[in-house]
Ligand binder design. Structure first.
Ligand code: NAD
Ligand code: K
Ligand code: MN
Length: 360
């Protein structure tokens, strides 16, 4: 029997609520499958640890998880720790050294869920956003606040490398090719950001010639928000920088019904290091501890984890269970306008898995 070692890092806020739900659903998935099991190692890394010890994770933290088959992550962010400290101290401290440069964010409207867009019920909105996840605006180089000048000056430096752009572009074109429409939209702001973004466009055109069967177009990021809202059916696979895709994917999640549903895979495609799976959302201070966090974003991220682990039947089964549950409005959490609790949704997904008689 195959055993997958998973590092579970719930982090802060509703992170622990959705990760316990995810662990439960994954265990139910393995049980239904019968061909594999999970061994979960739980790590209490996060803001509480930071407040008592001064560090989000131990010094040898990355060594402790570098041999795991995958990482399941909740959220980093607490009301009494500055957001940039948590982001850089925990989430990016894992993504960057593990070279998880491809952040993949599928968006579609699941059964039973209502999009805030008029006349959009499902098939019109089916996207995958590819976010460059290792450099760009979050490269973490060079920026500072220049104190003591007559006028204080602060800089954040975006850094793009040809190798970094080319690898995410190849990843995005290959992903677009694997989808029925074989269509990629390359997002930039190359009118204003006249160095790095012009290089993006240049590299996009070069890489495109390696994928003659993929159709592609270019959009400026501001115009892209309008196209996503008014003409969602004209988009399929989308590639954008770290910052642009971060923003576009929250919009995408909202257009698909709720941030609580949206999944992410932080992939190291070469598999030198473990990849990390997490819901898009953060700690959600306003609902922490109330038992009403929507666990679907974590479940869908777990589907992506199963695909990555090479368990496509189990992944398909978990996705079917998710869709069966979202189709039932009595199982919607408050972010979807319902009254269900995290535990109700989790139990319903586990029951749906146990009762799924399909072979694959
Ligand atoms: P957020 O995602 O935590 O919350 C935004 C809104 O969406 C809130 O109203 C929240 O209640 C709702 N929401 C989010 N997830 C939900 C779920 N599963 N079910 C139901 N409702 C849900 O974003 P924010 O408020 O901007 O950030 C809060 C903290 O989380 C900050 O510290 C931020 O830095 C951090 N954060 C971390 C990550 C990450 O770890 N990847 C991502 C985003 C934000
Ligand atoms: K998250
Ligand atoms: Mn974000």
């Amino acid at each position: 029997m195959r055993t997958y070692r998973i590092a579970a890092i719930p982090g802060d806020g509703i992170g622990s609520e959705v990760i316990s739900a995810g662990v439960e659903a994954l265990a139910a998935c393995a049980k239904r499958d019968g061909g594999f099991t999970f061994a979960f190692d739980h790590f209490d890394w996060g803001s509480e640890r930071y407040k008592t010890t001064g560090a989000f994770m131990p010094d040898n933290g990355r060594d402790l998880i570098k041999s795991h088959d995958a990482i399941l992550f909740g959220s980093a962010g607490a009301p009494d720790v500055p957001d940039h400290v948590t982001l850089w101290g925990l989430r990016l401290a894992i993504c960057q050294p593990f070279d998880q440069y491809a952040n993949v964010r599928p968006t579609r409207i699941l059964p039973g869920i209502v999009s805030p867009l008029r006349n959009v019920s499902g098939p019109e909105l089916d996207w995958v956003i590819v976010r460059e996840n290792s450099e760009g605006e979050y490269a973490g180089v060079g920026g500072r606040v220049h104190r003591g000048l007559p006028e204080e000056v602060a800089t954040d430096v975006s850094m793009f490398t040809r190798a970094g752009v080319a690898r995410i572009m190849r990843f995005a074109f290959a992903l677009a090719r694997s989808r029925p429409r074989k269509f990629l939209t390359v997002v930039t702001k190359s009118n204003a950001q006249r160095h790095a973004m012009v290089m993006w466009d240049e590299i996009a055109a070069e890489v495109a010639s390696e994928f003659p069967d993929v159709t592609w177009d270019k959009m400026l990021v501001d115009a892209m928000t309008m196209r996503m809202t008014l003409k969602p059916e004209t988009l399929d696979t989308i590639v954008a920088t770290n910052l642009h895709a971060d923003i576009l994917s929250d919009l995408a999640a909202a257009l698909a019904g709720s941030l609580g549903i949206a999944p992410t895979a932080n992939l190291n495609p070469e598999r030198q290091f473990p990849s990390m799976f997490e819901p898009i959302h953060g700690s959600a201070f306003d609902i922490t501890g109330k038992g009403i966090a929507n666990p679907i974003g974590t479940f869908w991220s777990s589907v992506m984890m199963l695909e990555h682990l090479g368990e496509p039947s189990a992944a398909a089964r978990l996705m079917r269970a998710i869709e069966k549950v979202t189709a039932d409005k009595s199982l919607h959490t408050p972010d979807l306008g319902g009254k269900a609790r995290t535990a109700d949704v989790t139990k319903a997904v586990c029951d749906a898995l146990a009762g799924d008689n399909q072979e694959n």
